[in-house]
Design a protein around this ligand. Structure first.
Ligand code: GLC
Length: 740
């Protein structure tokens, strides 16, 4: 007995002793410890060389970790619509892997057009799963630059012309991505509203416009979305490059908004050693290659935040305060992603991902006109005409280009739906190119016929059909919807207008589907029986379109931007406004002199009728808004109020309506738009169903930005609260008095 007792005591002592000396995890490795403790501990263990190495690229899309401490590298990936194919260490060209074909989600204009916050969260969740699965810590997206001119080559990657819509739609996307332990890197901060000479354009804009139009979506991304990364843009603002712009990065982003994440340069967006150190930049990528062309062999050591920085520190020219702040932010990013407690493997191209891509593409589709020809019911013989019915559009467009396992085109889907009843004619030849960064669609779209022969063939074929569906629009080639170049005109390219006119002249019922990421002129609108604004819908784009055309999905998309009749109708007219005037220093000087009058703010205030207004979109059913009221008659500076109403589906088909709330300010010390979107709710209703809806608002929603006082304020007086289903259709007019 004594022996057992003795041995037990020994055993207990050994256990106790062992516990005392068991290797307690090193604090920064202790995933149960608060992140900030882990950050400080890891920072304290790093050498200056290790810190500097972390600040800049070591390859096309990665930056160094600290191998000695077991801290991993940081890997970034494009883009906002899907996970870019793997590239070789120093190349833009794809590496030729066979397991990196992703789910291609719809372009962000499509997501914005859905006006569906929950769908945005789903989008972010699933694209974040794919980034996690591909072992990426930073997703280089979403983009939220405002559609200031329809000509911007990258409008398709962004969320439209209104800062409130972009703010509301970007937040759920960011949260969805980051719940996977992947950082969303919101871009391009800021004022990157064109592609023309984007590296050399200096934007001049007044503070009020900056705060009211161009910053809100980034502010929401940081303050409501909790974005862990922000990407600086290529252009200059107030003569300083945005990737190291003191006012944007230090004063506003990290100062006013308290951003605790990482500022990453756009690829090749860094131009100055000292500014890169002191003006808020944390990670430098793509230098020496302007982000697009050619590998800078062994160039990584010569990045501004590489040897030049180390040299300045060693020579005592700069301290290490900025260095430690940058590294803290990067360590925080690592402990939020690759070294987060939850771990997680993500998922890649699973059925739910493709289903979500299809759902988003369908829900973002906007029905602009319909005389009853849609939804298609027993359409008889269908002639499909147009290059965008067959062209795969996921490849191309710049850094958002993707390699996907499959891309269902509109013609594929219509044939799946209607079989032999569907015939096809090209109608026009646009861009036969089908590859980008060595990713190819595998299509041969060459066609030697002349435009006249193509039109004749389409017209002849139409004679045999009961219905014609024209599928055209833009594509991802130069001077279309593509990075690093802008469009040159508003009308459809490649003579599509002639094709539409010729098809309309046949007298056959004509449905026109415009696939684009930007507004196009539609002078032919009166000739079509129906018009659908489709988007770059990704892997399932064709099926999503068929879902809408057949009525499987009742369209509920609303335009995220105005479709003007002409560029001249719009706010951006002079060369100074766009593309700017080239100075002797090689910099294009551009003035945002239209101020806050962007998009519908301009058209509504100048009473210029657009072709189709912001927020507009039809349904196959009808809705009624009733019993609308504001819950109080007056509101003070800190006050809130609610707008309540009932929405009824008065038709015979389930559907969804987006009810929008615009404020109409009284006379104010500054010129204000006659209406500004400040609330919306997407309401799904069965046929005959009613729902009461409450939109929560506050005094802040009535405010403009007083640049002189540097604060938001609302002039005392009666504010219109306009309720409707587009920026031009607000039949319900309520009011509230702001008391300062
Ligand atoms: C590009 C783009 C940016 C992209 C980056 C990496 O030039 O401007 O959006 O994320 O480089 O490809």
């Amino acid at each position: 007995m004594k022996k057992i007792l003795f041995l037990s005591v020994i055993a207990l002592a050994a256990i106790a002793c062992g516990k005392k000396h068991a290797a307690r995890p090193v604090p920064y490795l202790d995933t149960s410890a608060p992140i900030e403790e882990r950050v400080e501990d890891a920072l304290s263990r790093m050498t200056t060389e290790e810190k500097v190495a972390m600040l800049h690229a070591q390859s096309k899309f990665s930056s160094a970790g600290v191998p000695r401490l077991g801290i991993p590298e940081v890997w970034c990936t494009d883009g906002p619509h899907g996970i870019r194919p793997e590239v070789l260490w120093d190349q833009w060209e794809q590496a030729g892997w066979t397991n990196d074909s992703c789910t291609a989600y719809p372009a962000l204009t499509c997501l914005a057009a859905s006006w569906d916050r929950e769908l945005s969260a789903l989008y972010g969740k699933y694209i974040g799963e794919e980034a996690r699965y591909r072992k990426k810590q930073v997703l280089l997206g979403p983009g939220v630059n405002i559609c200031r001119t329809p000509l911007n080559g990258r409008n398709f990657e962004y969320m439209g012309e209104d800062p409130f819509l972009a703010s509301e739609m970007v937040v759920p996307y960011i949260k969805g991505v980051q719940e996977n332990g992947v950082a969303a890197c919101v871009k391009h901060y800021a004022l990157n509203n064109q592609e023309h000479k984007r590296h050399f354009t200096n934007v001049t804009v007044d503070d009020r416009t900056l705060y009211e139009i161009y910053l809100p979506a980034f502010k929401a991304a940081v303050e409501k979305g909790g974005a862990w990364a922000i990407m600086g843009s290529y252009n200059l603002y107030e003569d300083q490059h945005c990737c190291h712009n003191k006012k944007l990065l230090c004063d506003i982003l990290k100062g006013e908004w308290g951003f605790d994440g990482v500022v990453i340069s756009d690829w090749g967006g860094v131009h100055d050693d000292d500014e890169a150190i002191t003006n808020g930049l944390d990670m430098e990528y793509g230098t020496g290659t302007n982000g697009l062309y050619g590998p800078a062999e062994n160039g990584y050591d010569y990045y501004h935040l590489a040897k030049p920085y180390l040299q300045r520190i060693r020579e005592g020219k700069v301290g290490t305060t900025e260095l430690d702040d940058k590294v803290r932010r990067i360590l925080r990013l690592i402990f939020r992603t690759s070294m987060r407690p939850e771990g997680g493997f993500g998922r890649f191209t699973c059925p739910e991902h493709y289903e979500a891509a299809r759902k988003i593409a369908a829900e973002g589709t906007v029905l602009l006109k319909n005389d009853g020809v849609l939804p298609l019911a027993d359409p008889g013989k269908i002639l499909v005409v147009g290059e965008n019915a067959i062209k795969k559009l996921v490849v191309g467009g710049g850094s958002s280009s993707l390699k996907t396992q499959h891309e269902i085109t509109p013609l594929d889907a219509l044939r799946e739906e209607f079989g032999e009843a569907v015939s096809y004619e090209r109608g026009y030849v646009g861009d036969v190119e089908g590859s980008y960064n060595n990713v190819s669609t595998g299509q041969d779209l060459s066609d030697g016929r002349s435009p006249a022969e193509l039109i004749d063939a389409a017209v002849a074929a139409a004679a045999e059909a009961d219905l014609v569906i024209f599928v055209g629009g833009l594509n991802k080639s130069k001077h279309q919807d593509r990075e690093s170049s802008d469009r040159l005109e508003l009308p459809l390219p490649y003579g599509q207008q002639d094709v539409i006119e010729a098809l309309a002249a046949t007298g056959k019922k004509l449905v026109v589907i415009n696939i684009s990421g930007s507004p196009v002129a539609m002078p032919w609108a009166f000739r079509a029986n129906a018009i659908v604004q489709g988007w770059y819908g990704g892997s399932e784009s064709g099926r999503a379109l068929a879902d809408v055309l057949t009525g499987r999905v009742n369209p509920s998309g609303k335009l995220p931007f105005t479709i003007p009749c002409s560029l001249e109708d719009g706010p951006v007219k002079s060369e100074k406004q766009y593309p700017g005037v080239l100075g002797e220093d090689g910099i294009w000087q551009e003035e945002y002199s239209e101020g806050v009058f962007v998009g519908y703010r301009w058209y509504a205030s100048k009473d210029v009728a657009p072709q189709f207004p912001f927020g507009y979109g039809l349904s196959y059913t009808t809705f009624e808004i009733s019993d609308a009221k504001v819950t109080r008659s007056r509101v003070g500076r800190l006050g809130n109020f609610k707008v309540k109403f009932t929405v009824t589906n008065t038709g015979d088909r389930d559907g969804a309506e987006v009810v929008q709330v615009y404020i109409a300010p009284p006379e104010s010390p500054v010129a204000r738009p006659v209406r500004e979107l400040k609330g919306f709710e997407k309401v799904f209703l069965k046929a005959g169903e009613s729902k009461s809806v409450t939109i929560h608002m506050s005094y802040q929603d009535l405010c403009y930005f007083d640049a002189d006082a540097h604060k938001w304020t609302a002039a005392p007086g009666e504010y219109g609260i306009l309720v409707g289903n587009s920026s031009e259709e607000t039949p319900i007019s309520l009011s509230i008095r702001a008391v300062s």
